[in-house]
Design a protein around this ligand. Structure first.
Ligand SMILES: [Zn+2]
Length: 354
């Protein structure tokens, strides 16, 4: 379905409007999860378009035959609680579209036409995203960032965006076109909202903050996906800055299919007052600074660490300029003067000055 516009009320609820997916904010973490069992599952390698480069793939009403067997990979499902369900240390998957996946041997091998496939994708990608943050030090050398068993609901009626200002905390992944949870980047985008909200409760209560939230979700989706591709040896045959290559098959007509991109080249004056659109200004800065960190020899992990660490310092209703300054100061503290200059330059390219 197409992108949706939003209102300030919706922004205030820290809700996500990505193809009918919603994060309901914020959380009281009361989750079990000793997380000691490793199962196996079948998942897409981020998504079938990114791993194959085939921009002609289509949904075909959720048919298994629409996607070749080579689009799937068998992966470890780590941190399961051993109950036989897709419940574990970092993810707690529930389904409203059929039976909950269950296996006495913790083996979850389904194709995309089976609703349980989306449950496996949800578990794997939420766990993967939290493991990535942990690998950067969040939860050990740095404060934790959403280190709890994240509730994820795979929902038939996720087509409409849901907002809530109550104290629930879950990711909702809907159906319609390509099922949202068939694209790892959609799942991790949503997880990005949960991370932000865990870092700064109520984050997103201004237009700029809402835009930063969408931008971070897009950026996190891409960086976690690329890191997973490296970890598991998966091909990346679509443009790296393209977000949700597979989900967007259903509502984009030009190729490459992208819900959004991290390299639009937009600047501050291009703002339209819509969080997803305006967010591409911020995400373009994040993507640009990533390249600058690589050029400095610091690497993408250093930038991702600094970025996430800086987000603890963003006010819930921050402006682009204030958030950029907080990021700059974190870079200066963590990575030194050259890195800080790179951060300033990356934001300046987008006409974000401080
Ligand atoms: Zn979103």
């Amino acid at each position: 379905m197409p992108l949706r516009t939003t209102t300030s009320a919706a922004i205030a609820a820290t809700a996500c409007l990505l193809t009918g997916v919603a994060l309901i904010a914020p959380a009281a973490a009361t989750k079990p999860g000793s997380g000691g069992t490793t199962g196996t599952g079948s998942v897409f390698m981020v998504n079938p378009v990114q791993s194959s480069g085939d921009q002609s793939l289509t949904d075909q009403k959720d048919a298994a035959s629409a996607v070749p067997a080579t689009a799937y990979a068998t992966v470890p499902l780590r941190n399961l609680d051993g109950s036989g369900y897709l419940v574990g240390k970092w993810a707690n998957v529930r389904s409203n579209t059929g039976p909950a996946a269950y296996s006495t041997t913790n083996t979850f091998s389904f194709t995309r036409d089976d609703d349980r496939f989306e449950q496996v994708m949800s578990y794997f990608w939420v766990n993967q995203a939290q493991e990535y943050l942990q690998s950067l030090g969040f939860g050990s050398t740095l404060p934790a960032a959403n280190a709890e068993s994240q509730d994820v609901r795979v929902d038939q009626y996720g087509i409409d965006n849901s907002y809530s200002t109550d104290k629930q905390d879950f990711i909702r992944l809907g159906k319609g076109g390509v099922d949202d949870a068939e694209d790892g980047e959609v799942i991790v985008h949503e997880y990005g909202h949960a991370v932000h909200d865990a870092q700064v409760p109520g984050f997103g209560s201004s237009l700029d903050a809402g835009s930063i939230g969408e931008a971070f979700g897009d950026y996190l989706a891409v960086t976690v996906g690329l890191d997973a591709a490296r970890q598991y040896g998966w091909p990346v045959l679509a443009p790296e800055p393209c977000v949700a290559d597979w989900d967007s098959i259903s509502y984009t007509s030009t190729t490459p299919h992208c819900l959004r991109r991290l390299d639009t080249g937009l600047v501050l004056e291009d703002r339209r007052g819509e969080v997803h659109y305006d967010g591409t200004i911020w995400s373009a800065a994040l993507w640009d600074i990533r390249q600058r960190y690589v050029a400095l020899g610091l690497g993408t992990r250093a930038w991702d660490t600094t970025l996430v660490d800086s987000q603890f310092d963003y006010a819930p209703d921050t402006s682009f300029q204030a958030a950029a300054k907080a990021t700059y100061l974190t870079a200066l503290d963590r990575d030194g003067r050259k890195a800080a200059d790179a951060v300033r330059a990356g934001f300046a390219e987008r006409h974000i000055y401080f």
